[in-house]
Design a protein around this ligand. Structure first.
Ligand code: 4NP
Length: 152
């Protein structure tokens, strides 16, 4: 799960997917990162933590890190939260194999549309709720596909 700062959208996606996967008995490794170095080592934004907790998801253990090219080797699926992150990841990719792992996360719920999860950082609390709703929907679909073995 990749966004810009790794303190709002991608830790929310990380927390949701690990929670849904656990509930479904799906053993997967979930991680998140930012394309920027702005918040390395920081916990998720308190506003995102509070929104998550209201939904029963604790993301207080997560710490921001920056995406590295080795992540293309470590992970099978890489989800960008918005088109800017997506383009940054394309720029970091080395070959078609790397690019084949890369997806816009909202293409899971709105296939082929390349819609972005809006950056909530400079807005009000409703932005963090919207992030949760969009990502929860997408992560439900990802989990179902992984569980059914119908990914791709
Ligand atoms: P995120 O949100 O990419 O969802 O973690 C942001 C966090 C920090 C900044 C921008 C977006 N920033 O400019 O510091």
């Amino acid at each position: 799960m990749v966004c810009l700062g790794n303190i709002c959208r991608s830790p929310m996606a990380h927390g949701i997917l690990r929670s849904i996967a656990k509930t479904n008995g799906l053993e997967i490794e979930v991680d998140s990162a930012g394309t920027s170095s702005y918040h390395i080592g920081d916990p998720p934004d308190l506003r995102q933590q509070e929104t998550a907790l209201k939904k029963g998801i604790d993301i207080s253990d997560l710490r921001a890190r920056q995406f590295t090219v080795q992540d293309f080797d470590e992970f099978d699926l890489i989800y960008a939260m918005d088109d800017s992150n997506y383009n940054n990841l394309i720029a970091l990719s080395r070959d078609e194999k790397d690019r084949s792992k890369l997806h816009m996360i909202l293409n899971e719920s709105h296939p082929g549309k390349y819609e972005s999860v809006p950056d909530p950082y400079y807005g009000g609390s409703e932005g963090f709720e919207l992030v949760y709703d969009l990502l929860n929907n997408a992560c439900e679909i990802i989990t179902k596909k992984l569980k059914d073995g119908t990914y791709g």
